[in-house]
Ligand binder design. Structure first.
Ligand SMILES: Nc1nc2c([nH]c(=O)n2[C@@H]2O[C@H](COP(=O)(O)OP(=O)(O)OP(=O)(O)O)[C@@H](O)[C@H]2O)c(=O)[nH]1
Ligand SMILES: [Mg+2]
Length: 139
């Protein structure tokens, strides 16, 4: 694992799954995970032998049971948490096969893009949520 000032750097790929109504599929982090009960974009850690896009596809299948048919890079940034630095790769996913559901027992629901609230997400997501809310598509 890469290190920076002795903190581990973790790469995370996550999907902004958006339907034709401008709604986004979110899940709720489970008890026992960090930021339990926070909302999140489904996704997870990029394994050593994967590209971020491969990790995205694997995670979306594992966590919400969909097969990703297209994914476009939407935001790429690093966020400095107290115990680690996370490098995020967020993708916009508008084409997939299947119907997303909380495959790991987590809650999942569709929310209007314009109704997202940054306070419901982990701190790393704040700027991303603001960008999504100001997105011309959905105001
Ligand atoms: N998936 C996801 N993770 C996020 C978001 N925002 C954010 O800070 N994170 C953080 O990024 C990391 C992602 O890890 P994860 O718990 O999803 O990883 P994973 O699916 O590989 O799970 P695992 O480590 O339990 O196998 C966590 O520390 C999580 O708190 C988000 O919007 N989506
Ligand atoms: Mg995950």
């Amino acid at each position: 694992m890469e290190e920076h000032n002795s903190k581990p750097i973790v790469r995370v790929a996550a999907g902004i799954i958006r339907n034709e109504f401008g709604q986004i599929y979110l899940t709720q982090r489970l008890e026992g995970q960090d930021f339990a009960q926070s909302l999140e974009f489904p996704g997870g850690k990029v394994e050593a032998d994967e590209t971020p896009e491969e990790a995205l596809k694997r995670e979306l299948e594992e966590e919400v049971g969909i097969v990703t048919l297209s994914a476009f890079p939407y935001e790429h940034f690093s966020f400095d948490y107290p115990n680690k630095i996370i490098e995020f790769f967020f993708y916009l996913v508008e084409e997939w096969a299947g119907e997303p559901f909380g495959r790991e027992g987590q809650e999942g629901f569709w929310i209007e893009q314009s109704s997202l609230e940054e306070g419901q997400f982990p701190p790393a997501n704040t700027d991303l949520i603001r960008k999504l809310k100001s997105d011309i598509c959905c105001r």
